[in-house]
Design a protein around this ligand. Structure first.
Ligand SMILES: *Cc1c(COP(=O)(O)O)cnc(C)c1O
Length: 400
């Protein structure tokens, strides 16, 4: 196996190449630097590492399984397909990996409240779960329009004991929920913590969230090596903010022979204005306190984005992905809403595994690519979450 040499990232100022940083007022930079300091402290502490390891095992159910999708591989007639089953985690997706880390950090720092926004409610449920476990108050801001659309997640958050703040201003969707949650946070940033839901936002969040998610790739690398004595040829994962994909990729970055592909939503087509392919069609800019690739309108506002998978519609993307794209270490591809639906149905019917619509983007890439590769090649897909949450919506679209 040949080796590349990626050192530790980001640098001390939070930069991955030219991306990342802390594009926020100096008072907030000081608060972020305190979070970074506390994080660097606990990650060196054996007690913290032990606690996290035990919770990963006994609470989340890690390591998540590595599954050989034999029937799908046979049907496609090319590369062998493997699935990393993050859908089997407690709460049904990968987000709990970093929410647990963030909740433990908040507790260590003596924060009195964890605040976040949520769009479709996935981040809200994972965070409310982690806060219930750790025993720290949690406040989730959610647009009224989303509250009406996402009833199951709304009631779950209430059952888990978080305070749900309905946001009625503006369009009453994710963007307004972000503003509302951020205003609440600014009332007392010393005592509150804003728990960011992906590898985005100001330093140290892109680093911290990546570190908590890196368990995915560390496990997969070990599972593959011990079972097959070699590494996969391709890794693929969907990219919204980019945390499940960076979580899979990190342990393999220095393995030169392992090719990595992040899959963005092409929505209704890259030639329409209804997609969310930030790395594919965006350009370097600024959003939410960081420098990264951004999809912008002509007047420099974040573009309204679209994807069939609500967890992927974000006009920015993690700074580390922006850097890895420029370096060419990771390739970024896209899948349309239609390809994603087809992939959702195919994995369900051929393997009995219903993937989240988000994860289905990576499945769609594998379905397209496997037949072009020989049978001795392997593709590992990260199944970031389970698709029960999307079942009613898919049934309606396909008139099942
Ligand atoms: C939130 C979510 C995503 C997208 O987030 P990333 O930060 O890109 O990983 C992907 N899959 C599922 C199941 C999600 O809930």
């Amino acid at each position: 196996m040949s080796k590349l040499e990626f050192g530790p990232m980001p640098d001390a100022q939070g930069y991955f190449g030219e991306y990342g940083g802390q594009i926020i007022p100096p008072e907030l930079q000081a608060v972020m630097n305190d979070i970074d300091k506390a994080y660097e402290e606990i990650r060196q502490m054996p007690e913290f590492q032990d606690e996290l390891k035990t919770l990963f095992a006994d609470y989340i159910g890690r390591p998540s399984a590595l599954f050989h999708a034999r029937r799908l591989s046979e049907k496609l007639g090319g590369a062998q397909i493997f699935l990393k089953r993050e859908d089997l985690n407690h709460t049904g997706a990968h987000k709990v990996n970093h929410c647990l880390g963030e909740a433990l950090l908040a507790k260590y720092m003596g924060k009195t409240k964890v605040i976040a926004e949520t769009g479709a409610g996935q981040h809200g449920v994972a965070l409310a779960t982690a806060c219930a476990l750790v025993g720290i108050p949690c406040e989730i801001h959610m647009g009224q329009v989303d509250i009406e659309k996402e009833h199951p997640n709304v009631v779950k958050m209430k059952i888990l004991g978080c305070t749900l703040i309905p946001v009625t201003r503006g369009t009453a969707t994710l963007k307004d929920a972000v503003d509302s949650a951020f205003e609440e946070y600014l009332k007392d940033p010393q005592n509150y913590i804003y728990a960011i839901g992906s590898v985005v936002g100001p330093h140290p969040f892109p680093k911290m969230v990546r570190d908590f998610q890196s368990v995915i790739g560390e496990e997969a690398r070990e599972q593959f090596l011990s079972r097959f004595g070699k590494l996969p040829d391709y890794l693929t994962a969907c990219v919204g903010g980019g945390c499940n994909s960076i979580g899979l990729f990190t342990a393999f970055l220095n393995d030169e022979d392992v090719q990595m592909v992040g899959v963005e939503p092409a929505g209704k087509g890259l030639d329409t204005d209804q997609h969310s392919a930030t790395l594919t069609l965006g350009k370097p800019g600024q959003i939410h306190g960081m420098k990264c690739y951004v999809l912008e309108t002509e007047d420099g506002e974040p573009m309204p984005v679209h994807s069939i998978a609500s967890g992927l519609d974000y006009p920015g993307v993690g700074p580390q992905h922006s850097y890895l794209k420029d370096l060419g270490r990771v390739q970024y591809a896209t899948a349309t809403d239609q390809e994603c639906l087809d992939a959702y149905m195919m994995l369900s019917r051929v393997e009995g595994i219903i993937p989240a619509l988000e994860s289905s983007h990576a499945v769609a890439w594998a379905i397209r690519t496997a037949p072009t590769l020989s049978k001795d090649k392997t593709i590992l897909i990260n199944i970031s979450g389970r698709g029960d949450k999307d079942a009613d919506y898919v049934a309606e679209l396909l008139k099942l």
